[in-house]
Design a protein around this ligand. Structure first.
Ligand SMILES: [Zn+2]
Length: 142
């Protein structure tokens, strides 16, 4: 399912009281930080680190680390094929491409994504994977 975008006040986000990814009632408030693009003009891009406290359960909070761990392991196999075992280019390429794919999946396994921050009206745009959670948030943050 495609994630949904939700806009909320950056200073006070009215969260539903459940995990933002799986909807579990067993959640904690955790700080989620992302480097967000504020604007891009030609080759100049302004970034800002945005931190928000999000409701997330233990398994959703750590899900992306498993994918990153697998990505690092594949990259290491590719590297050892190159440095230690002098394997063919195909072997090395295979493991490195796999590492990149796993890392990309890992970034999508984060509890949510901060898409943007609007300095003018102090709002934050979030990408929510859980549709029920997203529609509840939209109602609470109108
Ligand atoms: Zn969860």
């Amino acid at each position: 399912m495609k994630p949904l975008d939700v806009d909320a006040d950056a200073d006070y986000i009215n969260w539903p009281s459940k995990c933002c990814r799986c909807g579990s009632k067993n959640f904690n408030m955790e700080v989620h930080t992302e480097k967000v693009v504020l604007w891009t003009v030609l080759s100049v891009t302004k970034y800002r680190y945005i931190s928000v406290e999000i409701p997330v359960c233990g398994s959703c909070s750590s899900a992306h680390f498993k994918w990153y761990g697998a990505a690092i392991a594949c990259a290491a196999i590719g590297w050892s094929g190159l440095q230690v075992f002098h394997k063919s280019d195909k072997f090395i390429l295979f493991w490195w491409v796999l590492a990149i794919i796993l890392a990309i999946i890992g970034t999508r396994k984060k509890p949510l994504k901060i898409l943007g921050f609007n300095e003018d009206n102090n709002t934050i745009r979030l990408q929510i994977y859980n549709h029920a959670f997203a529609s509840e948030m939209r109602k609470k943050n109108q």
